[in-house]
Design a protein around this ligand. Structure first.
Ligand SMILES: Nc1ncnc2c1ncn2[C@@H]1O[C@H](COP(=O)(O)OP(=O)(O)O)[C@@H](O)[C@H]1O
Ligand SMILES: [Mg+2]
Length: 250
């Protein structure tokens, strides 16, 4: 569904992303993991063309994203970022309706879809008329996700979507997200620096370092068949916990 081929991005003389290649299958969740500054966000933003690659190519459904019209990418690709990117002067309802309106949906259809999303993401009905600043951090994050999913995108890009939340809320939302069928069926690329989050949400994890994709594989592969000492040491500290976790989720 997504193919990233030998993609690099240079900012001035700083190579932010270096020759990265990976694919994401339909319905799969790939998590890009790595420390701050290793090139995760830049890689993600090249998929929906917020950033243009310096070299290489990205395909969605077999078509180079540079040849896809902007409105097509907007409908097809939902995008969630850490501070949710909600419009502060729009109500929750207007935020959720953003893309459906751009696509010219009828008001009834937008209202139906909005109600469906509220129920799915456990948001109270009365939040619709509120502004983002009147919600808790966890609720804002749910609205961010509702907005991204509103027009049934076939691809979801999430950049540290839970990064602004406290650890307890974060773990709770993570568990919930994992159980949502609609999310499970949406092809997703998520970025995080949180190892546990990557292990809980990723079908596969791509570990990045200094602009390079060092290894991509299932959580189990990264843990038990690291390609080099960097990968091994990255997970070392949390090895016992992760092994317990991956056994428990079998
Ligand atoms: N617009 C930009 N101009 C110059 N350098 C940038 C820009 N965006 C990111 N960088 C640099 O590229 C590198 C990778 O950034 P980023 O992809 O945001 O990393 P991550 O998301 O993994 O923290 C960093 O060194 C960052 O400072
Ligand atoms: Mg980032």
């Amino acid at each position: 569904m997504i193919a990233v081929r030998n993609v690099s991005k240079q900012f001035g003389d700083h190579p932010a992303v270096r020759d990265v290649s990976f694919t994401v299958g339909e319905g799969e969740t790939v998590v890009l993991l790595g420390t701050s500054g290793c090139g995760k966000t830049t890689t993600l933003k090249m998929i929906n063309r917020l950033i243009e690659p310096s070299a290489g190519q990205i395909e969605v459904d077999g078509v180079d994203v540079r040849r896809k019209p902007a409105h097509d990418l907007r409908r097809k690709i939902g995008y969630v970022i850490q501070e949710t990117g909600l419009f502060p002067h729009y109500t929750v309802a207007d935020n959720i309706a953003t893309v459906p309106r751009l696509l010219g949906w009828e008001p009834d259809r937008i209202a139906d879809r909005t109600r469906e999303l509220l129920a799915m993401l456990k948001l109270p009905e009365n939040s619709l008329r509120r502004y983002p600043s009147e919600l808790s951090g966890g609720q804002r994050q749910r609205v961010g996700l509702a907005r991204a999913l509103a027009a049934h995108p076939s691809i979801l890009l999430m950049d540290e979507p839970l990064g602004a939340l406290d650890p307890i809320t974060r773990a709770a939302i993570r568990r919930e997200f994992r159980r949502l069928d609609e999310l499970r069926h949406t092809t997703t690329v998520m970025v995080t620096h949180d190892i546990q989050e990557a292990f809980e949400l990723g079908d596969r994890i791509g570990l990045m370092d200094q602009g390079r994709l060092v290894q991509i594989g299932t959580p189990d592969e990264l843990l038990h068949r690291p390609v080099n000492a960097f990968v091994e040491s990255f997970f070392e500290e949390q090895r016992l916990f992760l092994e317990w976790k991956s056994r428990r989720s079998d």
